[in-house]
Design a protein around this ligand. Structure first.
Ligand code: DGJ
Length: 924
């Protein structure tokens, strides 16, 4: 709701108030942004919050002769120029035709409307019910107008603002900076929480005091970038996940951006964001309008989780659009880490068959299907199917995949070209490159110049042809390099369209080329939006997933067109937990593509359990990206089970309310030794990731506890669910598991009657048949108890004993919990959930013996074991003397060989598995 009276403006959301007023000098003075407050109906109480000043202080500039006490540097301003005494970072920097750089915008008028309007060049938030306030300012001496447009999303507690700059004069104006957000707050006692990173380690959160000086987080990669995400937060120092005052900001833009905080000499802070001014200069011709991207802001007085909820519901409701807005995202299998460039139709179909059997719903063919694309040095730009790999073309493959019960999707990277390609040969001038310089390449490719119309048309046409050539349900839109040598040979901005008797021509002169180079990076982004807009409109059924070497372009601009984005090329669950947690501050889970991949992981070589990989990937739009044909039957059974779990709870994972546990990025308020040491802080910061995702009204929830490193003798782990209803009775239970005896290594000998050598063939054989029962967590309690007291989990393994009531986590172990509103059905399920006692039947024993025989381990007699005291194993199994002796002997003599045989045996035992192939390791 927006209230306007006597040049006073109050913008209210459900829980927040934002207000400003026009001073008698015509400046928009910011007065308050925070928890919702109540004003008198005539707004006369603005007096309370108005800054008082009778005299100018020493060494300050008085604004003008009639306002001797007004020092612009000590006012909170909605927009700021330069040259009139404000020494802080300006909102806008202009150079007028006479060279003047002083900029001073004065209030002119305002309008109030219901519902957002589409912008000409940029995507933005949308809402029919939103209140939209346009405040129009004019430059005091030059004919330039600046419209600041505020949109209020009441339910989501979000206010957005953008700027349109209109040249109403007769001379061009050089725009050197025009930002989107400016929020001046009266004190600078805040911490900033920003997200930096690099390829494969995106969204690393760091926090820094903002009390003094300036802090800049920015991207200059041509993309919103993995180096600095445009989402950031500003919080009171004591704020944590569930308490404290904090602001969140984002930008609906996919190119170079900057976020600035500037604390001044008077203890005020200015918070800004917008297009990065580095390399930027836009010549605004008479009559033209420059649209600056839309900035998003939100406030919460109850911690970072609540702030994230505002952001999540805003993104869902007012950013993501089209058919996929509320639709469940399919579980996919992506071929990249399964095969890289090395595939043909048969291999893909084999993979797809496995995927389909496991319950996967969408098969995605990644890079390598077109031109002569056998590695990353060639063929980008040549979007013609490689018939050697796919003789039936895209439609042939898609049909076969569809017959397996899967929908079909594919990878494209339309914004790029390899020099080694037909496209480059034909149009070498279509790239961003300076013909006078050697070009600096990235991943052997160049960036197509999307500021050129003919390039945009080429991409729209070519992609339209590809997308309509088969039954394509999904497209992964990749973009694998950052910008260098930004130079457009066309500089369209400076070109003139001439129509004569021979047709329509673009006339570009040298002057135009040189003058407009500062626009190219921005015009690239506008070109990209035009392309994405055209294709998503043309193919509304396709689910598009954005990608840029993973998360190099994870932003709200992309999400206006593509409902999900591949969050990182790093699929290691331990790294991913941090990356996904980073994104979760500003973006809802379903916008993040998250995949289960191989172990050892291809980016870190870390080994992790399948259940951990699944548990982390489930908190996103789930996919698999591994060669399922190399997985054992046991692993495939586990995958099937996990997929069933995801399907059961998909609605929560993809549309729920997400909570981070623990204390969040401000956690190093904990003494530093405690915060960083697993030994001193085994259950805390950094070592344990604790997440809960609940339905919006808390009827059901799923939780995760992920432990990085095990610390001994730390028995008392508690899981604190969030988002439940205080007075609802819940059934709390864990994901049914069993443990692999190999994880206990040499310790198994405390229960075996015969010695089983660690890492031996015998151990492997036993492990196939014998599973240790895992702890069961099963409680019924009210939400208030679960949330406030936490769930005291079963005792942690500590080396002094083990039974089925001991909770055992290895390093890098993640486990899921489920919390359901108690009703009859759930209670029934509860009965069936109990972990069955593992048992080795006679038939299985015979099978075991036969297998062992195959490995030269004969079996005649059996020996009964008795559990020694050290480990109270409830399980029973039998094994022959000879079997064990021979296996031991074999282990002693032929350790390596027997291991190999076992692997072979595994492959043989499941004939439909293809032999694993080496990948070329290109994980870029
Ligand atoms: C980078 C992406 O992030 C990967 O997932 C994969 O699609 C490769 N590109 C393919 O070249």
């Amino acid at each position: 709701m927006i209230q306007i009276k006597d040049n006073k403006f109050v913008l209210n959301t459900k829980n927040t108030t934002y207000c400003f007023e026009i001073s008698d000098t015509g400046h928009a003075m910011h007065r308050y942004y925070g928890k919702r407050v109540r004003f008198l109906p005539n707004l006369s109480d603005f007096d309370v919050i108005r800054q008082k000043r009778e005299f100018i202080t020493g060494n300050s500039i008085a604004y003008d002769k009639d306002h001797q006490a007004l020092a612009m540097e000590d006012e909170c301003l909605e927009i700021s120029g330069s040259g009139k005494g404000d020494l802080r970072s300006p909102f806008i920097s202009l150079v007028f035709a006479d060279g003047s750089r002083t900029v001073d915008f004065i209030y002119d008028s305002c309008t109030l409307e219901k519902g957002t309007a589409e912008r000409k060049t940029l995507p933005g938030s949308y809402g029919e019910e939103a209140d939209v306030l346009t405040v129009s300012f004019v430059e005091k001496y030059y004919k330039v107008r600046l419209n600041i447009v505020y949109t209020v999303y009441e339910e989501e507690n979000v206010i957005t603002r953008y700027a349109d700059l209109i040249n109403e004069g007769s001379d061009p104006v050089r725009v050197e900076r025009i930002l989107s957000l400016q929020l001046d707050l009266p004190d600078s006692g805040y911490e900033g929480i920003f997200f930096d990173g690099a390829w494969a380690r995106e969204m690393h959160s760091y926090h820094t005091s903002l009390a003094h000086g300036m802090h800049v987080s920015r991207s200059y990669t041509g993309t919103s970038s993995n180096r600095a995400n445009p989402f950031f937060m500003v919080a009171r120092p004591q704020t944590n996940e569930d308490r404290g005052e904090c602001f969140g900001f984002n930008l609906i833009y996919s190119g170079n951006h900057m976020e600035i905080t500037d604390a001044n000499a008077y203890g005020k802070i200015r918070i800004q964001s917008g297009i990065n001014e580095e390399g930027f200069a836009y010549i605004l011709k008479p009559g033209d309008t420059f649209e600056a991207p839309e900035a998003v802001m939100s406030f919460s007085d109850s911690g970072l989780n609540a702030l994230s909820h505002n952001m999540h519901f805003f993104v869902r409701e007012h950013i993501v659009r089209g058919e996929w807005k509320y639709k469940d995202r399919p579980i996919l299998l992506n071929s990249w880490e399964a095969a890289y460039f090395k595939f043909d139709e048969a291999k893909l179909l084999k993979l797809a068959k496995r995927a389909s059997d496991a319950g996967i719903e969408l098969f995605v063919m990644d890079d390598g299907w077109f031109g002569e694309r056998d590695d990353d040095t060639k063929s980008l730009g040549d979007w013609v199917v490689n018939k050697k790999k796919l003789p039936g073309g895209l439609s042939g493959l898609a049909d076969k995949i569809n017959k397996l019960g899967l929908s079909f999707g594919l990878w494209v990277e339309p914004e790029m070209v390899n020099v080694n390609s037909d496209l480059y040969e034909e149009h070498p001038d279509w790239c961003l490159a300076n013909p006078k310089r050697d070009h600096s390449e990235g991943r052997n490719q160049r960036v197509l110049d999307l500021s050129r119309k003919e390039v945009r048309e080429y991409i729209i046409d070519t992609m339209s042809r590809v997308f309509s050539s088969a039954n394509i349900a999904y497209v992964k839109w990749d973009m694998n390099r950052i910008f260098s040598d930004v130079y457009s040979g066309s500089a369209r901005a400076g070109s003139v369209i001439v129509v004569d008797e021979t047709g329509t021509h673009e006339v570009v002169n040298e002057e135009a080329i040189s003058q407009h180079q500062g626009e190219v990076a921005h015009r690239y982004v506008l070109g990209l939006y035009e392309i994405m807009g055209a294709l998503t409109e043309k193919f509304p059924h396709i689910l598009f997933e954005g990608c840029a070497s993973g998360g190099n372009r994870f932003d709200l601009g992309i999400l206006c067109y593509f409902p999900q984005i591949w969050a990182s090329d790093n699929t290691d669950p331990i790294c991913r937990a941090e990356i996904q947690q980073g994104y979760s501050y500003g973006y809802p889970l379903e916008t993040m593509g998250a995949h289960v991949s191989a172990s050892p992981n291809h980016q870190t070589l870390r080994r992790t359990q399948l259940r951990t990989r699944f548990a982390v990937a489930a908190f996103g739009s789930l996919g698999y990206e591994c060669n399922l044909n190399d997985f054992t039957k046991e692993q495939m059974d586990e995958i099937k089970d996990e997929i069933a779990v995801y399907k059961k709870y998909r609605e929560i994972f993809q549309h729920g309310k997400f909570f981070r546990g623990g204390m969040g990025p401000l956690a190093d308020l904990v003494p530093i030794s405690d915060a960083t040491s697993v030994l001193f802080n085994p259950t805390g910061v950094g070592n344990i990731t604790e997440w809960t995702i609940a339905t919006r009204y808390g009827t059901k929830a799923v939780g995760l506890m992920l432990k990085k490193l095990v610390a001994p003798n730390t028995q008392n782990m508690r899981y604190f669910p969030k988002g439940l209803e205080e007075n609802t009775e819940y059934h709390f239970f864990n994901h049914e598991l069993t443990y692999d005896i190999r994880d206990f290594g040499d310790l198994v000998n405390t229960v075996t009657p015969i010695h089983v050598k660690q890492d031996s063939l015998l151990m492997d054989l036993l492990a196939k048949k014998v599973k240790l029962p895992a702890e069961t967590e099963d409680y019924t309690a009210y939400g208030s108890l679960l949330m406030s007291a936490g769930v005291a989990l079963k005792q942690n393994f500590s080396g002094t004993g083990y039974n089925e009531n001991v909770r055992y986590d290895q390093d890098f172990s993640g486990k899921l919990f489920f919390i359901e509103d108690v009703d009859e059905e759930v209670l029934k399920e509860k009965g069936a959930e109990a972990t069955p006692e593992p048992e080795v039947t006679e038939a299985e024993l015979a099978e075991l013996a036969a297998e062992a025989e195959g490995e030269n381990v004969s079996s005649q007699e059996t020996v009964e074991e008795e559990a020694p005291a050290a480990v109270e194993n409830t399980e029973e199994y039998e094994i022959t003397d000879e079997e064990s002796e021979e296996a031991e002997e074999e282990d002693d003599n032929e350790d390596d060989e027997s291991d190999e045989e076992y692997e072979d045996d595994e492959d043989d035992s499941d004939e439909e598995y293809e032999e694993s192939e080496e990948t070329d390791g290109d994980n870029n």
